[in-house]
Write a protein that binds this ligand. Sequence first.
Ligand code: GLN
Length: 565
Amino acid sequence: MQKKDNCKYIFVVGGVMSSVGKGIAAASIGKILQSRGYRVANLKADMYVNIDAGTIRPAEHGEVFVGDDGVEADQDLGNYERFTNQTSTKEDYITTGQIYAEVIRRERNLEYGGEDVEVYPDIPKEIIRRITACHEKNKSDITIIEYGGTVGEYQLLPFLEAARMMKSKNPGDVFIVLTSYLPTPSLLGEQKSKPTQRAINDLHSMGLNPDFVLCRADHPATPDIKRTISNVCSLPIERIISAPDVYSIYDVPVNFEKENFGEILLKTIGLPPRQKDLADWTALANKIKKINKEVKIGIVGKYFNFKSCKDTYISVIESVNHATWNLGYKPNIIWLDTERYEADKGKLKELEELDGIILPGGFGKRGTEGMILVADYARQHKIPYFGLCLGMQILTISFARNVLNIKKANSTEFDSSTPDPVIATMADQVEKIKNKNYGATMRLGSYPCTLKNGTVAASAYGKKEITERHRHRYEVNNSYVERLEKAGLVFSGISPNGELMEIAELPKRMHPFYLGTQFHPEFKSRPLAPHPLFTAFIKASISKKSPTQGSISKKELSKKLVKVV
Ligand code: GLN
């Protein structure tokens, strides 16, 4: 069979259940291959019919990760960026919706030359075209394709078929990694492989056999289990890799290498072995475990899902981790549900237990009155406050209401008829909102911003020109800027044309750290290169260190502060 290109393709598919860390596994495979000098690409394929993640409720889907080019993608692209330090683009993210939309577009353009257009084979063929396009854009030696969901799911069939078609054409270039889960039922206390065997059978029924099985579990796969799984898929035992729970996600590549995964993987896919360089990464993963000083950071969540906001705010959490670890501390993250402050302002006093507060992005009115109370409390009580997108808008509203005494100041997003829209709909958004044209129409992706000398922002970045990623429809209303500035608010970052307020802050002499960004700095923080604004915020939080530090356990504090909805 003629070879189309010289790339190796590794499909990472899930077995048994989702949410066991397939994305981290795919990112870690990218990391260990990259650390051996190969050029990798990581692609995520999601099964939903949505064109992208931008229209899915955060509590349902988790974070919408935004790339430089404005792609609104699954959070796994964030994992890939954090692990491989490569910038994701639209080519790195596909959905069932995109595949169908393109096939239908081509059919309408007569590009199928009068043929019947069929789910089989035209849908798998388009999937293959997109996978190849991802490799071409990235010029990758190895392309890692993570499929969302688990084998056996109806909607995964065309995607598995695409992998099968690619593998049957070029068997030496296409490989399957099954990330499966091995439960240990508490009554038995023994690890079980049967669900994984079922997942392997599901793969077999699609004409695929795994080339590797990653055994996700709370502890390492036992030799017996490895032997059973290796028999079921006729693989050498060295290709059954343990993937037990670890202290931090950054341990995963290090753990893989403990099983020599990188070398075995290269041997299997037919690429020459190369020396690995994971020293910095390993040093960080080890350092994290030794840290014993902590800083308490409250994050205002509004997308609570199963008692946690972890998925929704994953880039925020990781950015806090990166900056905090780098400063020799570990974060103790406390989720704040601001609706409870709307019901009882007295509870705001609890915030004094915190060393810093982050108000991350969000949409819609719910909880915003409570957020405004939090922003105001943090300003008055000198608690470091870092607002991300919505958090900057809330900071501005709170400042207008409580410092400028514009009592009805609001955002047109929360009150379309407010007499004082200090946060207003961006001009190019008005028509879009009116026509309910919501898909991928926000101000998305990377835009430049110029920083004002002598400000908190400028000193954090240490330079004047920056670019950051955006995702918003509303902005600071320029007709209020002069009054806000006169009252002490500093717009320290502005778009180069002078039109859009990108950063608002209070000067250091007025507050230890009170700053909000219209953009999302959390998308650009890396474990080995924390984001400068997160570093500045965490530094201020460490300096504050609440007097009760150490006297209150995380559990107690969580009980006091968090109402899970
Ligand atoms: N809802 C606000 C807007 O669209 C903030 C968006 C965000 O936090 N990403 O402008």
